[in-house]
Write a protein that binds this ligand. Structure first.
Ligand code: DAH
Length: 362
């Protein structure tokens, strides 16, 4: 091969090396030049058949060519590796100075109503109550009639009921106005002794600072052979002490009327309102917090129970109201506005599950 051909070959190979855009392409160029059958290897093989003079002249040219091609290959390989590393470093860069993102359990908040339901469940579970539930859409029969509100009775009017269309059997449905219909469901489905609480959503056509069309109640029901008013008072006192987390509470039972209890009472607890702040377990003011009474014999009969055999008591607490009282929230409406800033302020940490052992709001 003439010297000019060697020059052409070298230029050709060096430009191929430069053009190789990755390791694989570069390897192809290397094999084509320096592999067993490569163009440069073939040239080197011709040295063996030359005369010593020829070899002396051509040897350095061919070897020089091989060395430069090898050098170019090594240089290109290094450049490619460096570029690959640069690209990877750029792609995988993390800014270790960024602040840690909060985990969901640190960021999320439990709504005060859910928290209060958990607190009440913990308190009553400790006294041997279990939790019962019923549907939000209730029959007129269960919401009223079975609870001893006869058709046309004026007590029905006080409930500002949302009425729904009658079902296929012609039964009129309502959005339940209280959790009391679940008393009926419970007494009709299980035999005494019964000891349940029934937390849930309730609905009335009413809206102002302390009323929303949807609100929450918790019902209590105890039925056995001997449950009496003294037991009722003890249970409610125990509940208020535990819920408001005070040593003692004074309670006042005022005679009242509910169709499903006889006698009926409304319960006030003692508080002080000094400086616009409500405190329990002290002071001279009274605050109404619940309704209660001995289950009316008609209600027992409506559930197939014999009033001469069993008796019991019931109570109903407005959950929104006692949540507002306990946690000092002046307005009920934000409870249902889903404003995360409000929830951030008034909500509870998800892992702070209330228990009597750990302290309800410890
Ligand atoms: N259901 C009543 C209401 O919504 C509250 C109530 C009062 C429930 C007395 C009871 C009770 O179980 O005994 O106004």
């Amino acid at each position: 091969m003439a010297t000019t051909d060697l020059d052409t070959l070298e230029r050709d190979l060096l430009s191929q090396v430069e053009a190789a855009s990755d390791e694989a392409a570069l390897e192809t160029v290397r094999v084509a030049a320096l592999g067993k059958k490569g163009s440069v290897s073939e040239l080197l093989k011709t040295l063996g058949a030359m005369t010593p003079d020829e070899r002396k002249a051509r040897g350095p040219l061919i070897n020089g060519l091989r060395d430069r091609v090898q050098g170019a290959l090594a240089g290109r390989r290094e450049a490619l590796a460096e570029a690959a590393l640069e690209a990877r470093l750029a792609a995988e860069r993390i800014d270790v100075t960024l602040p840690l993102r909060e985990a969901p359990d640190a960021r999320g908040r439990i709504h005060p109503i859910s928290q209060v339901m958990e607190e009440i469940t913990a308190i009553f579970a400790d006294m041997g109550f279990s939790v019962a539930e019923g549907p939000d859409i209730e029959t007129d029969e269960l919401n009223f009639t079975a609870l001893n509100f006869p058709p046309g009775h004026p007590a029905r009017e006080m409930h500002d009921t949302f009425f729904l269309a009658p079902d296929a059997q012609g039964k009129r449905k309502v959005l339940r106005t209280h959790t009391s219909p679940v008393q009926i469901r419970t007494m009709r489905s299980k035999a005494p002794p019964i000891r349940v609480i029934i937390p849930g959503r309730t609905y009335r056509h009413d809206s102002d600072q302390t009323h929303t069309p949807m609100f929450h109640q918790c019902e209590g029901l105890v039925i056995d052979k001997a449950a009496n008013i003294a037991n009722l008072k003890w249970v409610l006192e125990e509940f208020c002490r535990a819920f408001f987390e005070v040593e003692a509470v004074k309670m006042r039972f005022r005679p009242s009327f509910f169709p499903f209890t006889e006698p009926s009472a409304e319960v006030d607890i003692q508080c002080s309102r000094k400086g616009g702040e409500i405190r329990f377990g002290e002071g001279t003011d009274w605050l109404e917090i619940l309704g209660c009474g001995m289950v009316h014999p008609n209600v027992l009969r409506n559930c197939g129970l014999d009033p001469d055999e069993v008796q019991g008591f019931a109570f109903g607490v407005g959950l929104d109201r006692i949540a507002m009282l306990k946690y000092g929230m002046p307005d009920l409406r934000p409870f249902f506005e889903a404003d995360v800033r409000w929830l951030d302020h008034y909500g509870f940490r998800p892992l702070d599950v209330p228990s009597l052992v750990a302290g309800l709001t410890a």
